[in-house]
Design a protein around this ligand. Structure first.
Ligand SMILES: Cc1ncc(COP(=O)(O)O)c(C=O)c1O
Length: 280
């Protein structure tokens, strides 16, 4: 596995190469390392102290403005006034788990489901993408009585013990677990064959898992392939892959942490939660 495939290494700050920082930045970094530990990751050769954000922009301590194409998932921009107002209002009224009846939660679930394809008929709310994917893997293994998963070569699906096993891009020195097979991302240079070549690679990976006795639980893909390099076209090209998966009795799991909630633009009716399509 090459270093370029490790997500957290891509822009990692290396304290041993730090030179010429002013006293304030040196102090900030020392405070971070004293509390989070030296192995916690900061980004960039010169770490940036962010202080606020608005819409598509983030601002550092000196007031410098950055166009945000990298920070994670504020789908409709940073600090959207309606989101800020709704969070503040709810925090002042009620903040509870979901094992009480509550109209806000029920209404939200109904609204979300109305935007899903009809086979998806219920929701499970989670706090993180890692949790969603972990749960989707458990559902797939239970539904299929199998353990094998197929992912793309530079996939990242989160940081629980289980999803780390299917996240090659998190692994510095080892390969994914034996019950995992990787396929190349659906390269856009495959032209019109992108759908069929991706589906063929998945078919081969499924056969290998079955041959090795792991069985096949599912394919999990970040539907925009953000850690593999962003592959979004042509629209609908994942249908062949999903067909191959279902024919083999597995679940197609769409990890929509990155593209969810319409983050990729109009027409994307997806949600941040992981969605797993039933096999029949
Ligand atoms: C594609 C993808 N899946 C899963 C995750 C994990 O989400 P979380 O950090 O909310 O656990 C991420 C986080 O960046 C992600 O990009």
């Amino acid at each position: 596995m090459t270093a370029t495939k490790q997500i957290l290494s891509l822009n990692r700050f290396d304290a041993s190469k730090a030179t010429g920082f002013d006293a304030t930045l040196t102090d900030r970094i020392a405070r971070r390392q004293a509390t989070f530990g030296a192995s916690s990751v900061l980004f960039y050769e010169q770490p940036i102290e962010m202080v606020r954000a608005e819409g598509a922009f983030m601002f550092d301590a000196s007031g410098r403005r950055y166009l945000d194409v990298y920070n994670n998932v504020p789908s409709i921009g940073h600090c959207h006034p309606r989101v800020v107002e709704a969070i503040s209002r709810q925090a002042a009224v009620l903040n509870i788990h979901t094992r009480y009846l509550n109209q806000t939660v029920e209404a939200y679930a109904e609204k979300l489901l109305a935007s899903f394809p009809s086979p998806l008929s219920n929701v499970v709310l989670t706090c993180t993408g890692s949790e969603s994917n972990d749960l989707a893997m458990r559902i797939a293994s239970t539904a299929t009585n199998a353990k094998g998963f197929v992912v793309t070569k530079a996939a990242y699906h989160g940081n629980t013990a289980m999803v780390t096993e299917i996240s090659p891009s998190s692994m510095r020195t080892r390969t994914p677990a034996p019950f995992v097979r990787t396929v190349p991302a659906p390269a856009s240079d495959a032209g019109p064959d992108v759908a069929s070549s991706f589906a063929a690679a998945i078919r081969t990976a499924i056969a290998e898992l079955q041959e090795a006795g792991h069985g096949f639980a599912g394919l999990i893909v970040d539907t925009i392939f953000s850690s593999d390099g962003i592959y979004a076209d042509p629209a609908g090209f994942l249908r062949d892959a999903a067909d191959v998966v279902r024919e083999a009795g597995g679940l197609f799991i769409a990890d929509e942490v990155q593209p969810g909630f319409g983050r990729t633009g109009g027409g994307c009716g997806a949600s941040r939660v992981t969605t797993s399509f039933p096999t029949s």
